[in-house]
Design a protein around this ligand. Structure first.
Ligand SMILES: Cc1ncc(C[n+]2csc(CCOP(=O)(O)OP(=O)(O)O)c2C)c(N)n1
Ligand code: SF4
Ligand SMILES: [Mg+2]
Length: 245
């Protein structure tokens, strides 16, 4: 008697992805797909694809999706949710997207208590454009634009956007998780599920799940070492856990 132990979620399309080996985007996509399937909300969920390595997220996630300009997802999500309050709306944004060009959008969306979910992929670099420094780049981290490592004097400190947002009354749920190992990935799924459930229950405010996500290519690490770097280094600056809600 054969037992099926692994299957593809319905919401995840059956196609190869363009991600590098060990990239966290693929893990994040799978978690989103599993949660949408389990909650039975595929027909009423609309996602916003980012500009970044996950620009083709709509090729992989089998829900309605729109593509918006870099950083502008919270503004578009606001309009989508206000005009379609019965839909589950999520934006999927990298750290370059959310913590650099889109900083104003996310802060004001939280401040206005908009009722959508943000999935914030923090991989400490601008991946798609060649591994440049992002606001979330760690001190000492070598990137294409910090070739001797990020220094506070020249480049400032890593920006903890989730902590900033958590002080706003309009943000009702903020949690930071990591795609760095099985227990952490299971927690990330729980957090995503909770954020979607808040929308299903018409909770009044913004929900955001930050996922510390490996970018082995621009961290110049093997996939297992990238996961260890999240566990051993990134979590010192970006501690895991619930910040709000
Ligand atoms: C308005 C605009 N500004 C800049 C760019 C160039 N650009 C494309 S992706 C990107 C950064 C992507 O980094 P991130 O959001 O962290 O996503 P990742 O690739 O790391 O997942 C930038 C600056 C753009 N496409 N549009
Ligand atoms: S460059 Fe980094 S974020 Fe982009 S696909 Fe490759 S591993 Fe993923
Ligand atoms: Mg990034």
């Amino acid at each position: 008697m054969m037992q099926k132990v692994f299957t593809r979620p319905q919401t995840l399309k059956d196609c190869p992805t363009h991600y590098c080996p060990g990239c966290g985007h693929g893990i994040a996509h799978r978690l989103i797909a599993e949660v949408i399937d389990e909650l039975g909300i595929r027909g009423k969920t609309i996602g916003i694809a980012p500009v970044g390595c996950a620009v083709l997220a709509y090729d992989y996630l089998d829900v309605d999706m729109v593509e918006v300009a870099h950083g502008r997802a919270p503004a578009v999500a606001t309009g989508m949710k206000r005009t379609n309050p019965d839909k589950i709306i999520f934006s999927y944004q990298g750290d370059g997207d959310l913590a650099a060009i889109g900083t104003a959008e996310i802060i004001h969306a939280a401040h206005r208590a908009e009722q959508f979910t943000v999935i914030f992929i923090n991989n400490a670099v601008f991946g798609m454009t060649g591994g440049q420094m992002a606001p979330t780049t760690m001190l000492g981290q070598i990137t294409a634009t910090t070739q001797e490592g990020r220094t506070p004097a020249s480049h400032g400190y890593p920006l903890q956007v989730s902590e900033l947002l958590a002080i706003l009354p309009g943000a009702i749920y903020i949690e930071r998780c990591a795609l760095s190992g099985v227990p952490q990935i299971r927690n990330a799924k729980k957090a995503l599920r909770h954020a979607f459930e808040l929308q299903m229950n018409n909770a009044k405010g913004l929900s955001l799940v930050e996922l510390l996500s490996p970018c082995p290519t621009y961290w110049r690490l093997s996939p297992p070492d990238a996961m260890l770097w999240i566990q051993n280094e990134m979590t010192k600056v970006f501690p895991l856990g619930k910040l709000k809600g």
